[in-house]
Design a protein around this ligand. Structure first.
Ligand code: NDP
Length: 453
């Protein structure tokens, strides 16, 4: 990293203490941008990097609600409006007990570059709460969502800030949030994406992140004249992204053999076929059960509980060709990355946001495998949210084929941008540089054009 980038990262760390995930995301981008700043001193004098790491606005608020026993509960709500240089703030809401300001800042920061890569006019934002939907009744989730939106509604709007789902925020939560927004504003607008099909949603939005991550992997494979046919794939998570990753792997002839949740993971050497995936979708989306039940239901499957004290995750220690981390940040550390490479994995397409630590990323880059960072490979979700916004504005509903074709084309374009940009900046095959620089340039130029705001 250049001395300017080193000093810059040190300042960000000092100025934003106790936000390790944010530091990590900034460091990864700063390393790539060293290459850009050498060629573009004008970005340096306009302090574009210093401005890009500073959210345009942070909203933090109290979310009080009553549980089913009529006890008062208090959670914390956030919305980070990070950058609006190329469009309204756009990015998901995460409901998980681990949510902090630093985690949402890292996610909002990543979102800025990701949204730029999609080529759609969307700025970057992220929000959420430390509320845990697990184990809550539908009425409790509804009361929480209504209280959350009672504050958030005044900060968002279809031309200002358009939230969507993320961990813990699926169709049910988006429904309750949208209902309350509509009631407060007396407006039916596309203020949230991931809506139900009967009330402004887009076909393929639920599938988009997972499908997109697999389309991206397929594109990477074509650079080595290969396809997904017959490839063994490790997938983590068992939520929205993981489920549709497995579905698309099946459709393209691959075999997914693992899934996980925060308690442990299953390994099914026979592969997760359509029938088994239907079981997972019912288990996770309707019954809201645990992935362990998969091993109880199907023969030949092993379940391994999560060991918090282990220095590695055994899910990443199986023979395979491809890996699709689709649960959460930092789920692949340096040791896991070594295990993956040693076991023959040569394609890693991140469905989750920043699932690989900086050590792990280095292992992948040194090994010269096809490694796609989440801001490129999981951009299909937000891209299809952008398509949902377009359909809302036009008051139209595109067919499944139309949306899927557009998604596929967007993923191909993002892949091309990454490959071309990495090459242009002297690091061919480095998708990390390709994604960071490709996403940054458009935002930086828009910020230059718009003056000091
Ligand atoms: P879901 O809530 O649907 O699923 C999350 C899955 O990851 C669950 O299986 C969950 O297990 C597991 N998980 C969550 N937190 C942890 C943790 N701390 N440790 C271990 N496992 C964990 O979320 P999504 O599928 O939507 O999101 C998954 C990832 O993809 C996230 O990183 C998200 O930011 C990213 N992403 C999502 C997009 C989308 O469109 N939904 C778009 C782009 C990126 P459990 O049920 O036990 O908590």
């Amino acid at each position: 990293m250049s001395s300017y980038a080193n000093e810059f990262v040190a300042k960000v760390k000092a100025r934003n203490p106790a936000e390790p995930e944010f530091h990590q995301a900034v460091q990864e981008v700063a390393e790539s941008l060293s290459l850009v700043l050498e060629r573009h001193p004008e970005y340096r004098s306009a302090k574009i990097m210093e401005r890009v790491v500073e959210p345009e606005r942070v909203i933090m608020f109290r979310v009080p609600w009553l549980d089913d026993r009529n006890d008062v509960q208090v959670n914390r709500g956030f919305r980070i409006e990070m950058n609006s240089a190329i469009g309204p703030y756009k990015g998901g809401l995460r409901f998980h007990p681990s949510v902090t300001l630093g985690i949402l800042k890292f996610l909002a920061f990543e979102q800025v570059f990701k949204n730029s890569l999609t080529t759609l006019p969307m700025g970057g934002g992220k929000g959420g709460s430390d509320f845990d939907p697990k184990g809550k009744s539908d009425s409790e989730v509804m009361r929480f969502c209504q209280s959350f939106m009672t504050e958030l509604f005044r900060h968002i709007g279809p031309d200002t800030d358009v939230p969507a789902g993320d961990i813990g925020v699926g169709g049910r939560e988006i429904g309750y949030l949208f209902g309350q927004y509509k009631r407060l504003r007396n407006e039916f607008t596309g203020v949230l994406t991931g809506k139900g099909l009967n009330w402004g949603g887009s076909l393929i939005r639920p599938e988009a992140t997972g499908y997109g991550a697999v389309y991206f992997a397929a594109e990477m494979l074509t650079t080595r004249k290969k396809t997904l046919e017959g490839k063994t794939c490790l997938v983590s998570g068992s939520g929205n992204v993981a489920q549709y990753t497995v579905e698309k792997i099946q459709q393209l002839g691959g075999k997914a053999v693992t899934l996980s949740d925060s308690n442990g993971y299953i390994y099914d050497p026979e592969g997760i076929d359509k029938k088994k995936l239907d079981f997972v979708m019912e288990l996770k989306n309707v019954k809201r059960g645990r992935i362990k039940e998969y091993a109880d239901k199907f023969k030949g499957v092993t379940y391994t509980p999560l060991d918090q004290n282990s220095d590695h995750n055994p899910l990443w220690n199986h023979k395979a060709d491809c890996a699709f981390p689709s649960a959460t940040q930092n789920e692949i550390n340096g040791k896991d990355a070594h295990n993956l490479v040693r076991n023959g994995v040569y394609v890693v397409s991140e469905g989750a946001n920043m699932p690989t630590t900086l050590d792990g990323v280095k292992v992948f880059l040194d090994a010269g495998i096809l490694y796609a960072p989440g801001k490129a490979s999981n951009a299909g979700g937000v891209a299809t949210s952008g398509l949902e916004m377009s359909q809302n504005s036009m008051r139209l509903l595109w067919t499944r084929e139309e949306v899927d074709n557009r998604l596929h084309l967007i993923m191909k374009n993002i892949h091309k941008t990454c490959v071309d940009t990495a090459e242009r900046f002297g690091t061919p095959g480095n998708y990390v540089n390709g994604a960071n620089i490709g996403g940054f340039l458009k935002v930086a130029d828009a910020m230059m054009d718009q003056g000091l705001v």
